[in-house]
Design a protein around this ligand. Structure first.
Ligand code: SAH
Length: 362
């Protein structure tokens, strides 16, 4: 049993079951034993691989996308480029390198801010970005009010899937919150809260829930999307949210998953040692951003989006410069864009001010 598991068992014994969101927050972000706080999860030696770790083209294209949005909004002299959950800092390094080449004016206008809850990952990001001395870079543990006074350009890849979700289970015509409680032998288990969840809004499009159906909400993600929508509408800017998740046409389902060394693992075991994430509800996120005031585009598939903003041209160009690795550059592009790889499960949502033109790729 992990240290964190026995600590959670003690906590539940003392104060009762945790919501799935409380469990997820502690498992991921506990400052000592939390998954993101205690390890570097990325790459072949880690637990999973993300798009920027697959290919430099991903961050380059997203950086150029942000620079283009900045240009289309009149190239404001002072702006901010924010990344949510930067992992190893690879995406931002690739983005800044591309911006340096194609839009040096954007680099001169921006302050870069990395939103990172894990000190360990922030240290790795600092190393990755050490070469970019010409641009001010700072770190914040969460998106806060120090980031609301300038045009705001935001990139987020596989960030929203890490934010804690609450789950509700349908039972006899009512929704009950799904909780994490204590079973025998200090093991944790799921249980249905005895009281019903009053005031829970479940979109009618989801259809009629059968007994046992699971409905998920991500309160932290929705609050953040609404805040970003409000700042972007008021100050200008744009946000690009890339993640795996669902759009229209879904019903119900439990999407909470644990991944350890590139394989699915039981959610309530190896706590703090396995990554936990949940599919992103893109329609809910879009609705929250619209409530904030922004215009929302998408979600569309990552493959279509990357094709439209020039993935294949970039791959061809890189292959020309590096003929030795031309084949692997082509493979990487296919991993990012092919429907059977990441191209359809991963989706892209964009936020802009309501007066701005439609952003590239949509
Ligand atoms: N964007 C990166 C990493 C994705 S993993 C990539 O594509 O490779 C999720 C990242 O979000 C990690 O850096 C993790 O430490 C960070 N993170 C997770 N939850 C967070 C939270 N609530 N606040 C700030 N950062 C968080």
């Amino acid at each position: 049993m992990s240290v964190l598991q026995s600590r959670l068992a003690d906590l539940i014994a003392a104060q009762g079951p945790l919501s799935v969101a409380q469990f997820m927050a502690l498992a991921l972000l506990d400052p000592e034993e939390g998954y993101y706080a205690s390890r570097d999860p990325f790459g072949t030696s880690g637990d999973f691989i993300t798009a920027p770790e697959i290919s430099q083209m991903f961050g380059e294209l997203l950086g150029v996308w942000a620079a283009q949005a900045w240009q289309e909004q009149g190239a404001p002299a002072r702006a901010r480029l924010v990344e949510l959950g930067p992992g190893r800092g690879t995406l931002m390094a690739d983005a800044l390198r591309a911006i340096r080449q194609v839009a040096p004016g954007f680099l001169q206008a921006i302050e870069v801010v990395l939103i990172e809850a894990s000190d360990k990952l922030a240290r790795i990001q600092r190393r990755t970005l050490a070469d970019f001395t010409e641009v001010p870079i700072r770190w914040r543990p969460s998106f806060d009010d120090s980031l609301t006074d300038r045009p705001l350009f935001v990139l987020a890849n596989e960030f929203f899937d890490a934010l804690p979700i609450r789950q509700f289970i349908a039972h006899d015509g009512h929704w009950h919150e799904r909780m994490v409680g204590l079973m025998g032998g200090g093991h944790l288990g799921f249980a249905r809260a005895p009281m019903t969840a009053k005031g829970l809004f479940v979109p009618a499009e989801r259809g009629r829930p059968e007994d046992g159906a699971v409905f998920e909400i991500c309160p932290a993600g929705l609050a953040l999307a609404e805040h970003l929508g409000a700042v972007i509408e008021a100050r200008g800017g744009a946000a690009l949210v890339v993640d795996y998740g669902y759009g229209a046409g879904v019903t119900f389902g439990d999407t909470l998953q644990a991944v350890h060394q590139h394989a699915y693992a039981p959610v309530l075991e190896r706590i703090g040692e396995a990554d936990l994430s949940a599919h992103v509800d893109f329609l809910a996120l879009a609705g929250a951003a619209r409530r904030g005031g922004a215009s929302v585009y998408g979600p569309i598939g990552q493959g279509v989006f990357l094709d439209r903003i020039g993935l294949q041209q970039r791959a061809a160009r890189l292959a020309l410069i590096n003929p030795d690795v031309a084949a692997s550059i082509g493979d990487e592009a296919e991993r990012l864009r092919a429907p059977k790889a990441m191209g359809e499960l991963f989706k892209v949502l964009a936020l802009t001010p309501s007066i701005a033109p439609k952003p590239a790729g949509f």
